[in-house]
Design a binder for this molecule. Structure first.
Ligand code: ADP
Length: 367
């Protein structure tokens, strides 16, 4: 395979149109550096821009040991691994992102791409490019910071507001003042809506990184179900959440993510069963998997809409008086998939719905 075949997204016709001048303009704009590395002598040749990309001047000397010494020690293992992969497997791309720590200069971030060239089945040379991605990384950092601010500075006071509302609801429970009860209920609903919007925003922001952030831990799913059912119960004045008898079961995964899935399904169960008063949650084991089912007795879903339910921003146009972003099920699906599970729904219009998801478990104590 030609090295160019691996990377080129251009058709032959396109390539004929591209002149040297085009290439010069592109190189000036993108500041691409070029390098090659002899795999016998480890002698390295590179262009001026390649040196600039790692913080050196165009006339300085850059050899392979110097390059390795400039790379942040935490980033070296993945870079070495990618080099090894490319050398050992013909046709495997070398791709790496690393930080450059040079003297007193601010840290730079570099993206390197390349390929090993083979002769008689043996890698003899690597060639490739570098670009400076410091600005992009800075923007990503700022975005992460904003997400952290939203997460802590907004979510924390909101959790207190929800807690105080819950207390207020307890203190005034059974009071004859209908108006006060109504105000508390509406405020609680708004706080809950705000919390869901923030959660959706946080999930979407993390999703744009290519993947929702996954925090792995081993935890008891039955305990999490109780916890979330309890949280959702505190803000529902209309429905009782009934949790069935559950086995004591450990799973491995993202506790917060699975909690978000449960919370989405339970709040949907309540939201889309306005004239009913119960939502059931059950946890059962089958084989090596477990199944969580959230059942409501509400408006149900027409057959034609079921296939779209888990799509981004999809909301059924059934005149239901509810607010939402249409993101909850889409995010839930992604979280469940990442845990090697499945999510689905059984529903009939006017007859309620059962949303269920399966997950592999790591340990079952007793039923
Ligand atoms: P949201 O509830 O924020 O609109 P979701 O992604 O959670 O977004 O749900 C997408 C759509 O699926 C909802 O707008 C609603 O039309 C439908 N839906 C979800 N859960 C239920 C349910 N339990 N009963 C009936 N319809 C539902």
């Amino acid at each position: 395979m030609e090295a160019s075949d691996l990377f080129s997204k251009y058709e032959k016709d396109d390539l004929e149109l591209i002149t040297d001048q085009h290439i010069r303009i592109a190189l000036d704009n993108t500041r691409v550096g070029f390098w090659e590395l002899d795999l016998f002598t480890y002698e390295m040749r590179c262009t001026g821009t390649c040196k600039e990309n790692v913080g050196l001047t165009t006339d300085s000397h850059l050899d392979y040991p110097t390059l390795l010494s400039l790379i942040h020690p935490d980033d070296l293992p993945q870079m070495n691994e990618s080099v090894r992969n490319a050398i050992e497997n013909e046709g495997q791309k070398y791709q790496s992102e690393y930080r450059i720590v040079y003297a007193n200069s601010p840290i730079r971030c570099v993206k390197a791409d390349g390929i090993a060239l083979f002769e008689n089945g043996k890698a003899v040379k690597m060639i490739g490019t570098t670009i400076d991605i410091t600005d992009r990384k800075l923007i990503e950092l700022q975005k992460d910071e904003l997400i952290n601010i939203v997460n802590h500075e907004v979510n924390t006071p909101l959790t207190s507001i929800r807690g105080y509302l819950k207390l207020l609801a307890r203190l005034t429970a059974g009071s004859a003042n209908e108006k006060v009860n109504q105000v508390i209920e509406r405020t609680s609903r708004s706080a809950e809506r705000l919390k869901n919007i923030i959660n959706d925003y946080l999930s979407i922001s993390q999703k744009t990184d290519g993947w929702l952030k996954h925090r792995n831990q081993v935890f008891r799913l039955d305990e999490l179900i109780w916890e979330i059912a309890d949280n959702v119960q505190t803000i529902s004045f209309t429905h009782k959440i009934q949790v069935g008898a559950m086995p004591c079961v450990w799973i491995e995964g993202d506790r917060q993510g699975i909690g978000q899935v449960l919370s989405n399904l339970l709040t949907n169960g309540i939201k889309y069963s306005p004239n009913r008063n119960t939502v059931d949650v059950n946890l059962t084991i089958y084989g090596v998997m477990l199944k969580v089912a959230v059942r409501d007795y509400g408006i149900g879903i027409a057959q034609k809409d079921i296939k779209n339910l888990f799509k981004k921003s999809f909301r059924v146009d059934n005149g239901a008086d509810s607010e939402g972003s249409g993101m909850g099920l889409n995010i839930s699906e992604e979280i469940v998939y990442r845990h090697h599970g499945q999510i689905g729904v059984d529903s009939r219009e006017g007859m309620g719905s059962i949303f269920h998801f399966s997950l592999p478990f790591v340990k079952l104590l007793h039923s």
